[in-house]
Design a protein around this ligand. Structure first.
Ligand code: ADP
Length: 190
């Protein structure tokens, strides 16, 4: 099984590249952000709990996030593997993910971070906000808060996965196809 975690600040291109990897390697793509947005649209009780959190660009509490992730993984018993997009985002989530996968006799194969400077990401998000309908993409302060959440809580995962020899990073700036090739080269040369 190929189980890949894609990291990157908001706007780094995780979703785009995850969709590419999904079709190339026939994997199941799980985006916790998409799952939360789905619940918000459907106005489920979980959706109502997390609406303002997503709007402000804060992280959803670990307990709710881990639960939604585990439920989604359990739905896909027959798969070649998973691409985790936007999860884990905290050390606690990463530890819980390792424990959970172990119970299923699975493990993370490796993790890849898409790197880009904040200024580039900010411009990408504001542009995306013109059409995405995502309120967290239209307000500069909220975007900067998402960057801060990443730096404070997600960045430490680099060390966590490096210790397991599972951390790689690539330049996330350039043509989408070129970035996909950078990803393939990591995946196929390891
Ligand atoms: P982006 O990476 O562009 O911020 P996502 O769709 O991955 O977009 O995430 C959108 C929002 O969903 C986050 O700002 C956060 O509120 C929530 N979220 C998604 N994944 C997680 C997670 N693993 N832990 C906590 N909150 C999350």
């Amino acid at each position: 099984m190929l189980n890949i975690v894609i990291f990157g600040k908001p706007g780094a291109g995780k979703g785009t590249q995850a969709e590419f990897l999904k079709s190339k390697y026939n994997l199941t793509h799980i985006s916790t952000g998409d799952l939360f947005r789905h619940h918000i649209v459907k106005k489920t009780s979980l959706g109502l709990k997390v609406t303002s959190i997503l709007e402000n660009g804060d992280l959803v509490p670990d307990k709710l996030t881990i639960e939604i992730l585990e439920n989604e993984v359990k739905k896909h018993k027959k798969t070649n593997g998973f691409i985790f997009d936007g999860f884990p985002r905290t050390i606690n989530q990463a530890k819980k993910l390792d424990e959970f996968l172990k119970l299923l006799s699975m493990k993370i194969s490796f993790t890849i971070a898409l790197e880009a400077e904040d200024e580039i990401l900010l411009q990408r998000l504001l542009k995306r906000g013109e059409t995405s309908g995502r309120s967290d993409d239209t307000d500069k302060e909220k975007i900067l808060n998402r960057f801060k959440e990443y730096t404070d809580k997600t960045f430490p995962l680099k060390e966590f996965y490096s210790k397991q020899n599972k951390f790689f990073s690539i330049n996330g700036v350039g043509d989408i196809k070129v970035i996909s090739k950078r990803l393939i080269s990591i995946i196929e040369n390891k």
